[in-house]
Ligand binder design. Structure first.
Ligand code: 6PG
Length: 241
């Protein structure tokens, strides 16, 4: 099932997405006693993470029952301004009560392929005996070219069917990336795209209502097996729907 949440501004998107994330966290903590989320990188999620930093301490969510993962990472040092880990750390996790050993950054600045193997090993230990990682929630952004996580147009990883995590050098961004693979994303209990701005409108249109062509619009590959798919869009990003 796909649910589209259209909100009028990036500020409303941040609060709507934060409310949604806390809703899933509370539901999973009630039913399973734990909550795991794979974070999106880039810039769009930053206000949502800042909102979570404000709201989480006021809720009954037990930080010790939360595990934080990443959907993808740029292969740079964790303190590099381009790091997705650093973005989330600076606006949220660095000041949160979530135990440091429950925050699992992807490390790939020295050895991307080794980093992918290590992250997959971590996930296979966290989700022992499961065919795919059972994230309660995967957050994704969307590039103007329709990429999500680090699944870019033309990537061989769009068709990946076995690995949970893979490394790929992405010419377009001039560097190595680590990414969850499509089946690892699609095994989540819920997937939520956070997309804002007029520059994303064409990609939103193509991914949601365009002809099926994931090699050109990789985010089309996100079709959760059993989970729900949510789109949080501001009016600018949704303007071509
Ligand atoms: C990354 C992301 C990537 C991002 C999109 C949108 O590492 O950059 O994971 O998939 O979500 O490129 O980025 P913005 O939110 O900055 O537009």
């Amino acid at each position: 099932m796909t649910v589209i949440h259209r909100v009028e501004s990036p500020e409303r998107l941040a609060s709507a997405a934060a409310d949604f994330i806390l809703g899933i966290a509370n539901e999973r903590l009630r039913s399973a006693g734990s909550f795991s989320v794979a974070l999106a990188g880039g810039t769009t999620p930053k206000p949502t993470y800042a909102r979570l930093a404000e709201m989480l301490p006021t809720t009954s969510v037990d930080p010790a029952a939360v595990n934080i993962f990443w959907g993808d990472e740029r292969c740079v040092p964790l303190d590099d301004p381009m790091s997705n880990y650093r973005m989330a750390h600076d606006v949220w996790l660095g000041g949160s009560a979530i135990p440091p050993d429950h925050i699992h950054p992807m490390r790939c600045d020295e050895d991307p392929e080794g980093g992918a193997r290590a992250y997959e090993k971590l996930l296979r230990s966290h989700y022992a005996d499961q065919e795919w990682p059972a994230f309660d929630l995967v957050l994704l952004g969307l590039g103007p070219d329709g990429h999500c996580a680090s699944l870019f147009p033309g990537s061989r990883l769009i068709e990946e069917g076995e690995r949970w995590v893979a490394a790929e050098i992405v010419e377009k961004v001039g560097g190595w990336r680590l990414t969850l693979t499509p089946p690892a994303i699609n095994a989540a209990g819920a997937v939520a795209f956070l997309v804002a701005g007029e520059k994303k409108a064409e990609a939103v249109h193509q991914v949601i209502v365009g002809e099926h062509d994931p090699q050109s619009w990789p985010a089309q590959i996100v079709e959760p097996e059993e989970g729900q798919l949510h789109w949080f869009l501001d009016e600018a990003a949704a303007s071509l729907l």
